[in-house]
Every structure is written in C-alpha cells, then in structure tokens.
Write a protein that binds this ligand. Structure first.
Ligand SMILES: Cc1ncc(C[n+]2csc(CCOP(=O)(O)OP(=O)(O)O)c2C)c(N)n1
Length: 319
C-alpha cells in the first residue's frame, strides 16, 4: 500500500516520540527516579513503527522486554507508560509491573513479557483464538535474536505452522543477547532460515529502513489475513545502548557502533522525507520539540501521581 504524506509524517513522529521517550527514561533512571530494570530500544524504532503501521486497530501485538517502542507504535498512552515505569498507581499495571510488563488490552497490546521467547507461544494462543473466532485479526509477535534459540520459540512456531495461524513472527536481530554475540550462539548466517524447518516463508531484512520494513512485513500480514498462515521475518538492527541501563557495553567494538550509527533509522527516514519534499529540517525540529514536550508532560504526570498503598500488593494476584 502506498503511503500518503500524512502517514509518512505520522511514522516519522512516532519514531521520534519513541526516541524522546527512551532518552528521557534513560535520564530518569540515572537520576534514581525509576526502580527496576530498563531495556531501551533506541536504534530499533524502524521495526516497531514499520511493522505496526500495517495493522488494523483490532490486530494483536505481543512484545518482549525491550518493548516501549511497540506500545507507543500501537497507540499506547505515554502518561500511563511513564507512570508505570515510575512505579505509580496511575501506571498501566497500577505501578506493580514496570517496564517489562506494560500491557494495554484496550488496544490489543497483549503485553511486554520478560520471559525470553514466551512471545511466540503467547502469539500462537492469540492466533488460534482469532482463527477459531474467524475474526480476521492478525497477531504480530516480537522477539530478539537470542530468543530464537529457545525451546518455546520452536514449539510455538511449529504449532503456528501446522495450524496455519494468522501470525507474523518478527525477530529483531540486534546481534546480541545480553553480552552474547549471535555469531557465537548460532551457526546460521540468516535467522530467517529457521523458517525452512517449519515449512513456512522466511525473509531477512538487513536494513533500518522503516519503509522497506513496512512494505515487506505488510505482505506477510496480508498473507496471514488471507488464511495462508504464519511467516518468520528477521530484521537486522542495532541497539544504541547497553542490554539494560547500567550495562557498560565492553563487549561492543567502537568501529561496529560507528558503522551502525551511520544507519540510524530516524536520520535515514528524515533524509528520505526531506529529499522527497515531504519534510524540512525546520519541520523535523518542530516535531522533535513537540514530542519532547509531550514526554516532559508524561514525566510530570508520573511524578505527581501517588504510589500504590502497601495493602494493594495483594490485589490483582491470580496465582
Ligand atoms: C527464559 C529466560 N532466560 C533468560 C532470561 C534472561 N535474559 C533477559 S534478556 C536476555 C537476552 C535476550 O536477548 P534477545 O532475545 O536477543 O533480545 P534483546 O535483549 O537483544 O533485545 C536474557 C538471556 C530471561 N529473561 N528469560
């Protein structure tokens, strides 16, 4: 589907919002305002926005521990997100879940999940439900390169394949699982080759180009919606920061970081839109400032919100 000017600017704005949100979260964490663990996805914004822009409002997404971008791209509320990260009662999980458990059932965002690889089996469940209800909904499943080495990835993808479930599985290959390089943990050159073992289509996208991602993932989504079953797509990318906040990143080479910064996804899209006469430097700066202001509002909302009461610890417990 060809994107119009408004849609292209919306994609750019969403990518900028994700970056501004995470830049601010990094600072708040360093200031000691945010408890728990924070995994930032700065550098990977093209995947969240490129994939999710293809979805219908009632489609599902299942996200992992590096999931702020997915929720923002699906239309999540950044005030509730920030409040959750700050551990406040107004947050998405009433301040009891934090970054790795953000969920919004109103927009069919079935949660971020800290158990590596679990997104595949959860997506299989969502896909089976959609198929049985004949709802036409597609589920987008996100996972990392390390997660594609887990048992649940293989179980989930096999069931999705034999049942022709309407799922698209996206491996965000940022080349590291914590500090372990993917070149150490698998012999495969292309992670999408894993699809061959399950008899489903597999494709590798080796760029941070949001428009290429949009187009290629869009085809897999159409295929799923038509009842033709799941696909596996590997998208190569790079996380700008450490595995989690506090990681000193001694395992990354300087030359590698510099090479990937040249393929920075927001800059790539900005240059493309300016070249095509859709955006100007001035307008890009205005969008950047607007998103920064929205994030500051979210921080204010989070800071001014109350903490949950101690007795609320025992509420919303199901097991
Ligand atoms: C089942 C399980 N094993 C181990 C961990 C600890 N852990 C958290 S994140 C992570 C690395 C995940 O790497 P990858 O899937 O490549 O995602 P990325 O962090 O690169 O986005 C590990 C091993 C976990 N959360 N769950």
């Amino acid at each position: 589907m060809k994107l119009n000017k408004e849609q292209l600017l919306d994609m750019f704005s969403k990518m900028v919002l994700i970056r501004q949100f995470e830049t601010r979260v990094k600072k708040s964490f360093a200031d000691g305002d945010i408890p728990g663990f924070i995994h930032l996805s700065a550098g990977q914004e093209a995947i969240a926005v490129g994939c999710i822009t293809n979805l219908r409002e009632d489609d599902y997404i299942v996200s992992h521990h590096r999931g702020h971008g997915h929720l923002i791209a699906k239309g999540g509320n950044i005030n509730f997100m920030m409040a959750e990260l700050y551990g406040k009662k107004t947050g998405y999980c009433k301040g009891k879940g934090g970054s790795m458990h953000l969920a919004d059932m109103d927009i069919n965002m079935l949660g971020a999940h800290g158990i590596v690889g679990s997104t595949v089996t959860i997506s299989t469940g969502a896909g089976l439900s959609a198929k049985l209800r004949k709802s036409g909904q597609v589920t987008l499943c996100f996972l990392g390169d390390g997660a594609s080495n887990t048992g649940r990835f293989h179980e989930g993808i096999n069931l999705a394949a034999i049942w022709d479930l309407p799922i698209v599985i996206i491996i965000e290959n940022n080349f590291y699982a914590e500090a372990t390089s993917i070149f150490y943990s698998t012999r495969l050159k292309k992670l999408s080759d894993r699809a061959i073992a399950y008899g489903i289509p597999g494709e590798t996208i080796d760029s941070n180009d949001v428009l290429e991602i949009y187009e290629k993932v869009g085809k897999a989504i159409d295929r799923a919606r038509k009842g033709k079953g799941p696909s596996l797509i590997e998208i190569q990318t790079y996380r700008h920061f450490g595995h989690e906040e506090g990681d000193t990143e001694t395992y990354k080479k300087k030359s590698e970081i510099e090479a990937w910064l040249k393929k920075e996804p927001i800059e790539l899209l900005k240059r493309r839109l300016i070249k095509d006469g859709i955006l100007t430097e001035k307008e890009a700066e205005r969008i950047n400032q607007k998103m920064k202001n929205e994030v500051e509002e979210a921080v204010k909302f989070a800071k001014e919100s109350p903490y949950p009461e101690p007795e609320e610890t025992l509420e919303d417990v199901y097991a």
